[in-house]
Design a protein around this ligand. Structure first.
Ligand SMILES: *Cc1c(COP(=O)(O)O)cnc(C)c1O
Length: 394
């Protein structure tokens, strides 16, 4: 039986894959992936902001192979060097003091939610409520999907977890209105990803910082998608002149391997005590060796400046596209949304035919998450395909 039919038979259908249009990918190198017919695609999805350094980056592959031959897994009953080094470097390059490792974005946010609840208990008696934003995305576990301010993700799984309130993104007053004696934290993405690529304004994040200071709340930033160089800084919060008390990472941190991290400032670094939270695979030596290499590359001279330059370059290219369908272009660095008036899924499939992988969210926003190692020529090629597709669209 062919593989796509086998998938239909044996994989639970949570991803709505279409056998006619969903590609079966065989290999990747740099900015490209190849399908089973050996057709090449320029990959501007990057495994949903995971393969930020492209596919099979030789330094990452080599770090993984080397570590896999030396020590693959130990559990957190023991120390391992790659994990300790990774924590040291995350702390050195951020506002955080300490780190907890897990395996995904949802788990990192789950850890932050538990930390916030315990903080609320210790500091404020019975405070356990967390305010999150409409249009946000924080994961699919029961707590993180409750934190996700999009009713479509709640449907069918009610009752949701108690202790979450929602406010309007980029509207400080809306957040202020939700604060009460039971509030322990505010959780937002500095750039909303899955909700449609909406960057926060500086006034908004700075205002949240003031509110959190005033009411002794933890300010938690979900940097799972916008972190790790995607916006031209290692962490998106660096654009805003604001430091969170807690931020979460995953996606691109492991260079293609699954890892999550909750990074915590001194203020809350001692809230969780031994035995209160854990993960069997968390901070596994192989994924940490990969993540250390990701940091080597991001921190190399000039790398982030180049990301910033390329972000401007591609946004300019997109602004030059001519189509009555284009409604707006939003983004920060190389995290870019192009909202259209029309069927986004159709644009995605026309792009795919032309050898460009892009993603569409909410039916109308094309989301571009190109590799940070792409060149101007790659962005020129993508823009050319997009122009062709938009021209054919009408
Ligand atoms: C993808 C994502 C998550 C969830 O990460 P998983 O690894 O899929 O659990 C959480 N927050 C944001 C902002 C994300 O983009």
């Amino acid at each position: 039986m062919d593989l796509k039919s086998l998938d239909r038979l044996h994989i639970i259908n949570t991803y709505n894959r279409q056998p006619e249009t969903t590609l079966l990918l065989k290999r990747g190198q740099g900015v490209y992936v190849w399908d089973e017919q050996d057709k090449r695609y320029l990959d501007f999805v990057c495994g949903l902001a995971v393969n930020n350094l492209g596919h099979c980056h030789p330094q990452i592959v080599s770090a993984i192979c080397q570590q896999a031959q030396q020590l693959m897994h130990t559990s957190n009953l023991y120390y391992t060097e790659p994990q300790i080094r990774l924590a040291e470097r995350l702390v050195k390059n951020s506002c955080a003091e300490k780190v907890f490792f897990c395996n995904s974005g949802a788990e990192a946010n789950e850890a932050a939610i538990k930390l916030a609840r315990k903080y609320g208990k210790q500091k404020k008696g019975e405070a356990f409520e967390i305010i999150t934003a409409h249009r946000s995305f924080h994961g699919r576990t029961l707590a993180t999907v409750t934190a996700t301010g999009q009713p479509k993700y709640h449907k069918g799984f009610e009752p949701m977890l108690p202790g979450f309130r929602y406010a309007e993104f980029n509207n400080l007053q809306s957040f202020a209105d939700q604060i009460n004696d039971k509030t322990c934290a505010i959780l937002v993405e500095p750039v909303q990803g899955e909700g449609g690529v909406y960057p926060a304004t500086a006034e908004f994040l700075q205002g949240l910082r003031h509110l959190c200071d005033e009411y002794d709340l933890l300010l938690i930033f979900d940097e799972v998608q916008c972190g790790m160089g995607r916006t031209g800084k290692i962490f998106a919060y660096e654009h805003y002149g604001v430091e969170p008390d807690v931020f979460t990472l995953a996606k691109a941190l492991g260079g293609g391997l699954p890892i999550g991290a909750m990074c915590v400032k001194a203020k809350a670094a001692e809230i969780l005590a031994p035995g209160e939270h854990a993960s069997t695979f968390g901070g596994n030596p192989v994924v940490c060796a990969a993540a250390n290499t990701v940091l080597d590359i991001l921190l190399a001279d000039g790398f982030l400046e180049q990301v910033k330059y390329l972000g401007d370059y591609f946004q300019q290219k997109l602004a030059q596209l001519s189509s009555p369908r284009i409604v707006s272009i939003r983004g920060l660095g190389l995290m870019i949304g192009l909202e259209i008036n029309g069927d986004g899924a159709k644009v995605v499939s026309l792009c795919q035919e032309q050898g460009l992988l892009v993603n569409c969210i909410g039916g109308k926003t094309l989301r571009f998450l190109p590799p940070l190692i792409a060149t101007e020529a790659d962005f020129d090629a993508a823009a050319e395909i997009l122009q062709k597709v938009f021209t054919a669209f009408d």
